[in-house]
Design a protein around this ligand. Sequence first.
Ligand SMILES: *[C@@H]1O[C@H](CO)[C@@H](O)[C@H](O)[C@H]1NC(C)=O
Ligand SMILES: *[C@@H]1O[C@H](CO)[C@@H](O)[C@H](O)[C@H]1NC(C)=O
Ligand SMILES: *[C@@H]1O[C@H](CO)[C@@H](O)[C@H](O)[C@H]1NC(C)=O
Ligand SMILES: *[C@@H]1O[C@H](CO)[C@@H](O)[C@H](O)[C@H]1NC(C)=O
Length: 433
Amino acid sequence: MESIFRYFLLCSLLVITCSYAAQTSFRPKALILPVTKDASTLQYVARINQRTPLVPVALTVDLGGQFMWENCYTNYISTTYRPARCGSAQCSLAKSTSCSTDCPGRPAPGCNNNTCGLLPDNTVTRTATSGDLGSDVVTMQSTDGKNPGRVVSVPRFLFVCGSALDGLANGVMGMAGLGRTKISLPYQFSSAFSFPKIFAICLSASTNSPGVVFFGPGPYKFLLNADASTNLQYTPLLKNPVSTASAFTQGDASTEYFIGVKSIQVNEKDVPVNKTLLKINNQGFGGTKISTVNPYTVLHSSIYKAVIKAFSDSLSEVPRVATVAPFGLCFNSTFIGSTRLGAGVPSINLVLQNKDVVWRIFGANSMVQVSQDGLCLGVVDGGVDVMTSIVLGGYQIENNLLQFDLARSRLGFSSLLFGRQTTCGNFNFTLNA
Ligand SMILES: *[C@@H]1O[C@H](CO)[C@@H](O)[C@H](O)[C@H]1NC(C)=O
Ligand SMILES: *[C@@H]1O[C@H](CO)[C@@H](O)[C@H](O)[C@H]1NC(C)=O
Ligand SMILES: *[C@@H]1O[C@H](CO)[C@@H](O)[C@H](O)[C@H]1NC(C)=O
Ligand SMILES: *[C@@H]1O[C@H](CO)[C@@H](O)[C@H](O)[C@H]1NC(C)=O
């Protein structure tokens, strides 16, 4: 009796702690993470609550990134940080091949002896450093697919200490990797809560209304009640056998998500491109990947030239305006109508495993307004030395729901959600009462 009384007394003092304790039996079916587009860098930034006491840590979302990394060398205060000891299960899960034994001075996050290390990669500037693997508490909001629900926690969420913050959005402390490894965010959340290894991203084009990453299966409901997990088209996710990271160990595969584009069409007509460039070769060159760190699609020079020509030919009657970097084809938008799917221009079609599976890129995802009447095709010339021939960038995937099913190794894509009268900025983040 007395102990129960004490429990309630304690709870009224420590409401937060007790409500977490009471939730340990609650198993979420899915989690959500709001993602906001940063206006100056065009990066997609998420805030993850971590440490004890909890603090929000801003991280740039990296779809193909290997794991979560953050600067833990300054202002990292937490009673629950634990270094991963060399030879531990955590180090082998992370596929670490190094062990740090000589950190000078006092132990601190990022500086412990007998701790395994990895190579955190700033994929914006392509700068890799080395850093310790460690774990700490991370909390996330669960969801019923429609609203945020209870907060759940992962007590030993693995991440790596990194310091290469240059080039990341203001206030950002690292990157949140959603790539194909056993310690990326989707894998760790799926194993912590035993839900299927599925996640989805829906990036908002607006810097004011956040988009969302769903960890776990659908429904993924957006106002007004549109379930974006239905009516998806599916294409296999392909593995690139050679790492595309800035630094890696010989033999590592890429952790990024590749799809098999067989041909490109503009105005429903095939664009002549070198088909060899569309395949991934033994050295890891070629192919098509999806990236959230490239703000716009980057194409191998020869593909870029062919697409620009086809697009330009199909809009030959529209007056041009001076190009604005980084783009190479710009129109006077007063001569282009607008439609439900954005600027009224021909769609760019990515034909996938067969002619019935087509990713159509409409005006809202292809044309970028650069001035009052300047409207440019939002693709960039990557040169002839690019490793990956087609990098589908952030602008091209905004307001499209992309579902990555890691167990079945397939991508589900919704096409532009405007067609379903909703947007990725339309998730209802109001807590369910
Ligand atoms: C690591 O070990 C070295 C050599 O024993 C010692 O000088 C150093 O203080 C230790 N560092 C930490 C962080 O424990
Ligand atoms: C197509 O691309 C491959 C790979 O870069 C290159 O070796 C080949 O010469 C190209 N073919 C043509 C016809 O340009
Ligand atoms: C676009 O066309 C309109 C209408 O003809 C014209 O007034 C305007 O100056 C043009 N803009 C540019 C940048 O050429
Ligand atoms: C958003 O969700 C809250 C909580 O369920 C609900 O009360 C509210 O009506 C929803 N907003 C809209 C616009 O549907």
